[in-house]
Design a protein around this ligand. Structure first.
Ligand code: LLP
Length: 417
């Protein structure tokens, strides 16, 4: 559930503000986030786990705007990061580094050093080479690094191949069959301390079965490690819970947590860590865009809008479908439109074959754009990235300014005379 609804005036609102008013005030294209929705989704996870020890580490990559991170930090959220950049953002937003887990296959030495200096909760290590590097960096700093190993459980997440990560053929994690051996090795390194086990099998999962299958495999491993004299104090199940873009019916966080807790009945003392990104942020944001022109040819009707693939890449990159709705619906006969941006690529579209009643100047909202929206945007075609606004009840806060044009080449220079 989210707080983007049509109100009695027939218009689409974000919480207690009409989106048309925000478009007027801040211009388009504009990302609009709802604080109440972010909080609701975060609490849905937190409450679902009840009294069992747990930490919700929001996956920063889904939406790393400081305003978004700040809303979650105020709730006491932890954070899942994949770069020093994300770590510094968490700090800048008031997040607690002691609640940070550091994922990713390619952590550099400076990134490791910074995370050690700040005392993060855990490094989610993905290879033996990374264990060696972390051991060396921690040794040089006179520290002991808390680690978890990301295990690849070889489970089919049944999602889009680009966002499926838990199969043998994927680059992520340590092969399940080698896990015990690699844990032994980690345990032998003087500047590492084994704390956890983690996995992340993919994103936008709409069924529970793959999560349960991988958790069962990891719990089996925890028992085997116990026999090897290695005790694990947290189980990090990663992110991946799907959301409704059209008619998907993903499990609720409460169903997911219940299934996990049932399986943890023999492991009451193991802390559960979750790394949700999309489930918290996707439906807490829309991308507002205005129709520039309508164009009709023999084959198609096009609505040329002011948002493009550089603003929201998911349709072009994954053929992702996101709902596109009018902010002020009008009467009339719907036509079938392709909604395309101004970028010079055939793949530049946000939606295809959408039945809409449109006129030039109309505002549209691309729903479910709060996750993997702005963060994947670019300056392709020397387009300024969109502004971002956080709505909180009847207030709006500009949480990122629209990029000024000149800033786009600020770091560049022409050749000397
Ligand atoms: N933890 C790890 C280690 C991850 O790699 C990811 C996402 C997450 C957590 C959060 O997953 P979520 O709960 O958001 O599914 N750009 C793609 C999604 C890429 C996801 C990458 N990893 C998209 O737009 O669909």
């Amino acid at each position: 559930m989210d707080y983007f609804n049509y109100q009695d005036d027939g218009q689409l609102w974000a919480e207690d503000l009409p989106l048309a008013q925000l478009a007027e005030q801040y211009g388009t294209p504009l990302y609009v986030y709802s604080r109440a929705t972010l909080e609701r989704h975060w609490h849905a996870f937190d409450k679902a786990v009840g009294d069992h020890p747990h930490l919700i580490c929001y996956a920063v990559k889904a939406n790393s705007n400081l305003g978004v991170l700040n809303v979650l930090a105020r709730l006491g959220s932890g954070f899942d990061i994949v770069s020093q950049g994300e770590l510094e953002r968490v700090l800048a937003a008031g997040g607690d580094p002691k609640k940070v887990v550091f994922s990713g296959v390619g952590k550099t030495e400076p990134e490791m050093a910074r995370a050690l200096e700040l005392g993060i909760k855990c490094f989610n290590v993905e290879s033996e080479a990374e264990l060696d590097r972390l051991n060396k960096v921690a040794g040089e700093l006179g520290k002991v690094a808390p680690i978890s190993l990301r295990i690849n459980p070889d489970v089919d997440a049944k999602t889009h191949p680009y966002i499926s990560t838990g199969l043998k053929e994927n680059k992520f994690g340590i092969a399940f069959d080698r896990a015990r051996e690699v844990y032994q090795y980690a345990n032998s390194l003087p500047h590492l301390s084994v704390h956890g086990i983690d996995c992340h099998i993919g994103s936008q999962l709409t069924e529970l079965a793959p999560f349960i299958e991988s958790t069962d495999r990891l719990l089996g491993l925890i028992d085997a490690l116990g026999q090897d004299g290695i005790s694990i104090d947290h189980l990090d199940v990663g992110g991946g819970l799907g959301v409704t873009y059209s008619d998907e019916k993903p499990p609720e966080p409460s169903d997911y947590a219940k299934a996990l807790l049932d399986r943890l009945s023999n492991h009451q003392d193991i802390e559960l860590v979750f790394e949700p990104g999309r489930a918290i942020a996707a439906n807490a944001g829309v991308l507002l865009t205005q129709v520039e022109f309508l164009k009709h040819n023999e084959e198609k009707n096009f609505a040329i809008i002011d948002a493009a693939m550089n603003d929201l890449l998911r349709p072009a990159l994954y053929q992702a479908w996101q709902d596109i709705v009018p902010v002020q619906p009008r009467q009339g006969e719907a036509k079938t439109y392709d909604l395309v941006g101004p970028v010079c690529e055939t793949g530049d579209y946000l939606g295809k074959d959408r039945a809409l009643v449109l006129e030039a100047g109309d505002l549209l909202a691309v729903r479910s754009s709060g996750a993997y929206g702005f963060v994947m945007s670019s300056n392709y075609n020397t387009r300024c990235r969109a502004a971002e606004v956080m709505v909180d009840g009847d207030q709006s806060h500009l949480v990122r300014q629209r990029e000024p044009l000149a800033s786009l080449w600020e770091l560049e220079q022409v050749l000397p005379e």
